[in-house]
Design a protein around this ligand. Sequence first.
Ligand code: DGY
Length: 322
Amino acid sequence: MTQPKIFITRLIPDLGLNLVKEHFLPSAWTQDMPPSREQLLERVRGVDGLLCLLTEKIDGELMDAAGPQLKVISSMSVGVDHIDVPAATVRGIPVGNTPGVLTDATADQAFALMLAAARRITEAERFLRAGKWVTWQPSLLLGADLVGATLGIVGFGRIGQAIAKRAQGFDLRVIYHSPNAEPAYGAQPVDLDTLLHESDFVSINVPLKAETRHLVNAKFLAKMKPSAILVNTARGGVLDQNALYDALKANRIFAAALDVTDPEPLPMDCPLLELENCIIVPHLGSASKKTRDMMSLLAAQNLIAGLKGERLPHCVNPQVYG
Ligand code: DGY
């Protein structure tokens, strides 16, 4: 039997890579920087299986460049906004993702960012390192309390709910806006306007889709309290960064903390980087050793199942199975 041809777009953790190698002989892109579009189009030619990251744009053109034998696209991510899923579906190609295993890490990151923004941690550290700390002062770098505050979660899926679970330990009141999501962890469903008017913290946890692109825009931000803090651990495209800059610059909201930006990486001349009340980190929501190991394992399992003609354990377009 001829070996299937597999391309892995970056070196993934050994746990997943070794599992693939137990079954097949994959070829992997070994450089730190992702392949360019041209390199990717070239390397996918004739592959049966593709394991990619969220840094690669996987569209119909790329699927056609791979060829009609392409049996599976497996992404080492839960988000699949970098993949044209309908284009895969019409070609009968199952697309796999890695849900569940990064829920806790991402919820932890949202909480870390909430606390950091509330207590001005990054600004305070810059202040100290600049040699500006001369004495303890009653009003130095005052921030916001979590206890008794209201947390509004926009998007009450797995990660939104894990954030609500953590919020119980901080004595936060939790409200959420998410069509069809059942209440959990004491969180109450509300409409979006109520959430924005009542929340001291707003956490964005919706996937990026056409209908959520720039959901957080000038109108959204104008409805938030002037003392409110915005946290985005979803996707940069959910947020209009120009509108956020205007709101933060004019102190129309207190602060923002972003794990994700648009584009990624964020250009160093992005005006948001000038603001003391904006924390930005480089898309690290799932960046714990155990989580990335598990993501690589699920991505490998999806790839292997697809190549063997079996149903993917985590498939985002099950319509391909009729
Ligand atoms: C994902 O898997 O979609 C996450 O954004 C990675 O951190």
